[in-house]
Design a protein around this ligand. Structure first.
Ligand code: ADP
Ligand code: MG
Length: 239
């Protein structure tokens, strides 16, 4: 089951430094939303607040109808895929995939079934017995996504998941993540500083600058009708 995410008047200060200033974003159920903007503009902070990994200075975050401001990260049905996907080195791929479910007390049969399904979706069937060091970068990235999929979350959050991969693999993984989204239809917030990634993958793009939303729109709308020079420069410039 996929859910909308509603962000209202969201504020984040680190000490006396404002990082996010009154953010309003409606992330529709099932959509693929890219969050773009220069380094330091607050993308990761916003994502971490949705995941519950960062405290909220002000405002509201809702998952579907539920206000989740005070819900612990493990009780939010949201899965985050990080840039530095830390797999457990001593565990096999299958164990890496099933670990979170095991911690939740899911029964063995259910775990095996979900791990097999995730492996099937991501083409990891032949790799279930391997350990992370026996995998390529792309395969590790797939396992990291698999760990998110097995939880069957209401939303996926990606924080620059491809930035450690080489250019060729990046293009391939873009296609794979898009295909995954089309198959599962799970609400996705995808942070990237790569305009091409955002333009080719997203249903809509949010452009963030210095903790403020500059513009929200479909890729073509932003391209054709940028609201200001910043958006034009950011969307129009080569990656
Ligand atoms: P982005 O992901 O867009 O590059 P971040 O969300 O990581 O940006 O950071 C936004 C701003 O908040 C930056 O100025 C960063 O230095 C600051 N920041 C991030 N995390 C912390 C923290 N834990 N303590 C203090 N400042 C932080
Ligand atoms: Mg970041």
């Amino acid at each position: 089951m996929s859910s909308s995410i509603t962000i209202r008047n969201l504020v984040k200060d680190f000490g006396s430094t404002p990082v996010l200033r009154s953010i309003d974003i409606d992330i529709h159920e099932g959509e693929f939303l890219a969050l773009v903007g220069p380094s330091g503009c607050g993308k990761s902070t916003l994502l971490r607040m949705i995941a519950g990994l960062e405290s909220i200075t002000g405002g509201e975050i809702r998952l579907g109808d539920e206000l989740i401001n005070d819900v612990a990260p493990r009780d939010r049905n949201i899965a985050m895929v990080f840039q530095n996907y830390a797999l457990y080195p001593h565990m096999t791929v299958a164990q890496n995939l099933g670990f979170a479910l095991q911690m939740q007390g899911t029964d063995r049969k259910e775990i095996d079934q979900r791990v097999r399904q995730a492996a099937d979706i991501l083409g990891l069937d032949q790799l279930l017995g391997r350990r992370p060091k026996q995998l390529s970068g792309g395969q590790r990235q797939r396992v990291a996504m698999g760990r998110a999929i097995v939880r069957r979350p209401e939303a996926f959050l990606f924080d620059e998941p491809l930035s450690n991969l080489d250019a060729k693999l990046r293009v391939q993984m873009r296609t794979e993540i898009k295909a995954l989204h089309q198959r599962l239809g799970t609400t996705t917030v995808y942070v990237t500083h790569d305009q091409v990634e955002a333009m080719t993958m997203a249903d809509r793009i949010v452009v963030l600058k210095d903790g403020v939303v500059e513009q929200v729109g479909a890729p073509l709308a932003l391209y054709d009708q940028p609201r200001n020079a910043f958006v034009a420069g950011f969307i129009g410039s080569p990656a």
